[in-house]
Design a binder for this molecule. Sequence first.
Ligand code: ADE
Ligand code: ZN
Length: 337
Amino acid sequence: MIEEFIKKLPKAELHLHIEGSLEPELLFKLADRNQVDLPFSSVEEVREAYEFSDLQSFLDIYYAGAGVLLETEDFFDLTWAYLERVNDENVKHVEIFFDPQTHTDRGVPMRKVITGIHKALEQAKQQFGMTSYLILCFLRHLSEEAAMETLQQALLFREWIEGVGLDSSEDGFPPKIFERVFAKASEEGLRKVAHAGEEGPAEYIWQALDLLGVSRIDHGVKCTEDEKLMERLLKEKVPLTVCPLSNTKLRVFEKMEDHNLKEMLNAGLCVTINSDDPAYFGAYINDNFLVTQRALNLSLKDVTEIAKNSFRASFLPQDSIDYHLSCIEEYVATQNE
Ligand code: ADE
Ligand code: ZN
C-alpha cells in the first residue's frame, strides 16, 4: 500500500548525477557504437563489480564508465533514458548534475556534452511536461584553475545552466579551495550548491555555507555531529539533498536502519530523498523512498513532507512550487477518501 502511495506521489529529484544513471546495458551499447574497449564481458559482470567500500572505490568505476560517452547523441541517450525512467516514477521536476571535466579532459568538447543533455531535457518538457534545471559540478579532486577554466567554457551556454555544484572525492578537498570559482559563478547569477558532509566532516558544511555561499547542501548527513550547525541549517532553512541508498552502498552507514535521515527530519530540517547515481546503487528515487521508509519506519506524513520538501528546496519559481505542493495535497486527500 505504501509502495503504491510513494509511486504515485508527485516529487522532484534534486540530486542526480547524469553520468551515474548510465545503466550497464547502455554502457555496452555506447561502447559498441563508439568502439571503446570495456574491461567487462557482460552486463552481469558489470553489476557484480558494483560492490563499493567507500566513495573513492565507487568514483574509480564511475569515471571509467563515463569513458563511453563521446558524442552529442550519447549524452542525449543517457539523459533521455533517465528522464523516461523517472517520468514513470511520477517525478515532475529534476535538477540534474553533470561533470563536464570528466569529458573535456578526454577531449570531448563542452558543446557536445551540454547540447546532448539539453536536447533531452527539452524533449522531456514537450513530451512529459517535466521541468528541469542543469547544474554544472566542478570536480574537487582537480585544481581551482581547472574549475575556473571549466566555468569560463560553460558560460558560452549560460542560458542552459541554472547553477554550479561541487562533487567527487571529498576528504582532503575542502570547499574553501573553490571560493573564488563560486564567487565568479555568483557574479554570473548562477545558483550554488555543494556536496558536503557526505564522508567529509561537518566543518566542510560550514565552509560550503560561509565561503561558497551555497543555498543547498548535497548529502550533509554529517551535520548531526555538530549541534551549532544543526541550529544554523534550521534557522536558515537550508535544504539537504540526502541519498539514502548511496550512503549505505558507500558505507557512510553500515545499514539503512542506522541512517540519520529520520533524526534530521524530526529536528525540523528540510530533508529530501534522492538517488545520486541510480545505475550504480541499483535504485531510482522511488526505491530510495521505499527502502528508507521501511528501515526507519517513516509515516505517510513523513513521506509526504519529504516529497513536499523536494519542491520547496528546488530552484523553481514560487508559483510553480505552490502548484506542485497543491498537487501533493490533492493527491493525499484522494488517498484518504
Ligand atoms: N559524483 C557522483 N556521485 C558522487 C557522490 N556521491 N559524491 C561525490 N561525488 C559524486
Ligand atoms: Zn552526489
